[in-house]
Design a protein around this ligand. Structure first.
Ligand SMILES: [Zn+2]
Length: 134
């Protein structure tokens, strides 16, 4: 028993624009909106997910700089139990529907050529009412 393995997506909502120093990537500007980070745990998946939800922790991975920021909240986790090797496949599916990404973020040890493991989704605009006139 290795405590579980799998691929996960951490969904983070950023309330305001933020300038965040992300380890070796340096200072980056993050627009408000939703961010989806795709990662994997070869073991101890439950502990990893719990760690992503904690607001205080040593900043070890790129995503830690985002999830501990004052304007950021983890608002969802998607978990795909089993094969941790599907990480990049899941990531590329998420990226296909994203507006943009943060180049290099979370992709330091990526072996599938992903540009980034952090997808960005802009906040929806105000609802539009379309008037029909005769
Ligand atoms: Zn990848």
């Amino acid at each position: 028993m290795n405590g579980g393995s799998g691929v996960y997506c951490v969904v983070v909502r950023l309330e305001r624009e933020a300038r965040i120093r992300v380890g070796r990537l340096g200072l980056r500007t993050f627009a408000p909106g939703m961010y989806v980070y795709t990662g994997r745990a070869a073991r101890c998946l439950a502990a990893r997910l719990a760690r992503h939800l904690r607001r205080r922790k040593p900043k070890r991975w790129h995503i830690d700089h985002l999830t501990t920021h004052r304007w950021a909240r983890v608002v969802g986790l998607l978990v795909f139990l089993g094969d941790a090797a599907r990480e990049c496949q899941v990531n590329q599916r998420v990226m296909a529907s994203a507006q943009s990404d943060v180049p290099g973020f979370g992709a330091s040890d990526c072996r599938s050529g992903c540009r980034s493991h952090l997808a960005y989704f802009a906040p929806p605009g105000p609802p539009r009412v379309i008037e029909e006139r005769e």
